[in-house]
Design a protein around this ligand. Sequence first.
Ligand code: ZN
Length: 260
Amino acid sequence: MEDVKRMDRLPIRVTIWNEHVHEREDEQVGAIYPYGIHEAIATGIKACAGDDVVVRTATLEQPEHGLTDAVLRDTDVLIWWGHVAHDQISDPIVDRVQQRMLGGMGLIALHSSQGSKIFRRLLGTTGSVRWREAGDREVVWTVCPGHPIAAGVPHPFIIPEQEMYGEYFDIPQPDELVFISSFSGGEVFRSGCCFTRGWGRMFYFSPGHEAFPVYHQAEVQRIITNAIRWASGGSHARETPYVAEMSPAGWFEDRPDRGV
Ligand code: ZN
């Protein structure tokens, strides 16, 4: 069973991918995230999960955007932060991430990653949102309190300043909706959404605009860490996408190990 992902084996291997453009080009963003958004997220995860996870980072400017076959094979959960450079992601890398995700890798898409190629590829919609960059107060409400991603998250919690993301958000109906947000302007948004694609689990979480210190906030770090555990998959997750076989009549009668 070579393609069966080992589960219950800690640590969970996490790769944080960040385009890493705003932090280098915008002084205000650079002051909030001097080492990049990816490093801030990594610090938060380590604070919450300790030795339960090993974290590596990857950025756009690296060869193959830092997402080589070897890196993805060694990744249980990929975190994605992108905004202005969505179009610079090469399509073969998008294909590669998609294949790994269908095979069982978890994917956590953050904030403006709703416009990324991989997000739109996996969900099949535009991912378009209504937005306003005016420092709205965001209130994040738990709407699925028993969900593992909501564990230990205060209800509600407040992000003092955030970019407003409002409905309509062009996504398929999520398999599970864990958080909704409201904004001081009155808008609401599905801010924490779970999807399953193939053997992979995907979580979208909208807080995280680059001009506000959202990833330094404890509640946000807790949610991302919970999502890593959830997205790292079930005991039967695969390493490669499923490919069905031609199946003559009776194929299942004498196969005690039959799966899908
Ligand atoms: Zn933003």
